[in-house]
Ligand binder design. Structure first.
Ligand code: LLP
Length: 430
C-alpha cells in the first residue's frame, strides 16, 4: 500500500510528489521510494514480533533485496538489523552507520577478505560450510572469540520458482543436517568460535505459511540437539521468504499473519521440547522493500502488428528490472498522467534492450498511450536496483526517496563517464 493518490490533474502522486514532475526533475527511468511505506513495513514486522513473541526478537532486513546507504539507514532507524551477503553489502551497511552487533554476514563462499572485514568490524558470521568453519578457526583472534551462527539446510520444499528455492536438501546453501552431530562436536571444541545461533532459509516469494511452520519446528529440534552437545545456543533465525502481491491474483499472508505464525510455532515447539525461548530472528527482504518502490519510465515507440500484438516500448527494461526475463515475473503498471482514462488497450510493454526477451509486461491493460506518457511499474523495490546491470551500456537510473511532498536523491543516475570509469585502454591501442 503506497502513500499514493491521484491529484486533480489526473496525475499519480506518491509521497505527496507528482510523478511526472519527479521524472521532469530527476530524469527517466526513475526509481521512486515511498519512505512511509518502507517504514510501515519495518514497524509491522518489528511490532508483531514484539507483541506475539514472549522472548527477545530481532528483525533483520535482507539487504540483497536493495542495499544502499539510504535504505540501510532507514531500516536501521526503525530498529531492524541488516543481513548482508558480501563484503560490498557489509561495507555499505557499516558506512550507513548500522551497528555491527546488528549485522549478520551470509554467503556460501565468503572470501578470506570478507571474513576478515566481518571479524574486524565485529558483526556475526553465519557459517555455511566446513571450509568456512576451518578458515574461521584459522582467522579467529586468540583473545576474543568470533560470534557465529550455523546455517543448516532444513530439507523443506516450498512452492516457488526453482531459482529462488533454498531449503531443499540438494540446495547449495548450508550444512547438511545429517552432519549436525559432527558440526556441533567440532564447534564445541573451538575456543575461537562462539556459536550463538542456528539459521535456515527455505526460499523466496512464498505464499504458504506451512513451510515456515515446519521449518520452525525442525529448528527447535536442532536447538535441542545442540544442547546435548554442550552448546549454549540462544538465537534462532528462520530466514525470510514471505511473498508479496505483484498482481491482483497474488494472495500472500500479511506481514502480521506471517510473523504471528512464526512466533506461535516457535513458542509451542519450545514448550513441547521443554526449552527456554531463544532470541528469535527473521530476515525478510522482498516483503520489507518491494511495495515501497515504483519505477517510472517514459513511453516511446510503438509497433502495431495487426491482429497479433501491439508493442509499446519504454526507456528501460531488463537492465533496471531483470526479474521478468530471469524468473518470468509478472508486474502491474499504470500510466501516471492518465490515471482515470479507460483501460481500452492490451499491449506488450517492451524494454529498449537488443533482445527479444526484454519484455517488461505481457498483455498490460492500459489507456491509449502516446510517446511521452509516464508508465509506472508497481512494486519494484526488491531485486530490481540490486540486480540492475549496464547491459547495452545503459546507465543505471537514479532513485529518489519521497515523503510529505519532498523528494531526495538517494542514488545518482549513472553517466556515460561512469560507464567507462573502469575501462582501460592500453597505450598501444591508442
Ligand atoms: N535470507 C537468506 C539467507 C536469503 O537467501 C534470502 C533471499 C533472504 C533472506 C530474503 O528473502 P526474501 O524475504 O526477500 O524472500 N532475486 C530473486 C530472489 C532471490 C532471493 C535470494 N535469497 C528474485 O528477484 O525473486
Amino acid at each position: 500500500p503506497l502513500t499514493a493518490k491521484v491529484n486533480h490533474h489526473d496525475i499519480l502522486e506518491i509521497g505527496g510528489c507528482d510523478v511526472t514532475t519527479l521524472v521532469a526533475q530527476f530524469g527517466s527511468p526513475l526509481y521512486i521510494v515511498d519512505e512511509e511505506t518502507l517504514r510501515t513495513a519495518c514497524r509491522q514486522y518489528r511490532d508483531t514480533f514484539k507483541e506475539y513473541y514472549k522472548g527477545e526478537s530481532q528483525v533483520l532486513y535482507a539487504s540483497k533485496a536493495w542495499n544502499c546507504l539510504a535504505i540501510c539507514a532507514i531500516v536501521a532507524a526503525e530498529g531492524l538489523g541488516i543481513d548482508v551477503v558480501s563484503g560490498g553489502e557489509l561495507y555499505t551497511a557499516l558506512q550507513a552507520g548500522v551497528s555491527p552487533n546488528k549485522i549478520y554476514l551470509h554467503g556460501n563462499n565468503k572470501s578470506r577478505e570478507e571474513l576478515v572485514l566481518a571479524i574486524e568490524s565485529g558483526c556475526t558470521i553465519v557459517v555455511d560450510n566446513w571450509y568456512e568453519l576451518q578458515t574461521l578457526v584459522e582467522l579467529a583472534p586468540a583473545d576474543s572469540p568470533i560470534r557465529i551462527m550455523l546455517r543448516l539446510t532444513p530439507g523443506i520444499e516450498c512452492h516457488t520458482h526453482e531459482y529462488i528455492r533454498t531449503g531443499h536438501l540438494d540446495s547449495k546453501f548450508g550444512f547438511d543436517p545429517n552432519d549436525l552431530g559432527e558440526v556441533f562436536t567440532f564447534v564445541s571444541q573451538q575456543p575461537g568460535l562462539n556459536c550463538i545461533g542456528l539459521h535456515a532459509h527455505i526460499g523466496s516469494q512464498i505464499f504458504e505459511r506451512q513451510p515456515h511452520r515446519d521449518l520452525a519446528a525442525v529448528m527447535v529440534q536442532w536447538l535441542k540437539d545442540a544442547a546435548n552437545y554442550g552448546l549454549n545456543i540462544t538465537e534462532l533465525n528462520v530466514g525470510g521468504g514471505l511473498g508479496i502481491k505483484y498482481i491482483e491474483s497474488d494472495d500472500p499472508p500479511s506481514i502480521e499473519e506471517w510473523s504471528k505464525a512464526i512466533c506461535e510455532i516457535v513458542q509451542q515447539a519450545c514448550q513441547e521440547a521443554n526449552l527456554p525461548l531463544p532470541k528469535l530472528l527473521c530476515e525478510p527482504g522482498r516483503s520489507l522493500i518491494a511495495t515501497s518502490c515504483v519505477t517510472a519510465y517514459t513511453i516511446g515507440s510503438a509497433k502495431v502488428i495487426p491482429d497479433i500484438r501491439t508493442y509499446v516500448s519504454i526507456d528501460g527494461g531488463m537492465s533496471d528490472n531483470p526479474r521478468p526475463i530471469t524468473y518470468q515475473s509478472v508486474y502491474r503498471a499504470v500510466v501516471a498522467n492518465k490515471m482515470s482514462a479507460p483501460l481500452t488497450e492490451t499491449v506488450t510493454l517492451a524494454g529498449k534492450h537488443c533482445e527479444s526477451g526484454d519484455i517488461l509486461i505481457k498483455n498490460a491493460q492500459l489507456p491509449k498511450t502516446e510517446p511521452g506518457d509516464i508508465l509506472v511499474v508497481m512494486a519494484t523495490g526488491a531485486y530490481n536496483y540490486s540486480m540492475a546491470s549496464n547491459y547495452n551500456r545503459l546507465p543505471r537510473p537514479a532513485a529518489v526517496l519521497v515523503a510529505n511532498g519532498e523528494a531526495n536523491l538517494i542514488l545518482q543516475r549513472e553517466t556515460y563517464q561512469d560507464l567507462i570509469r573502469q575501462d582501460c585502454l592500453p597505450e598501444r591501442l591508442k
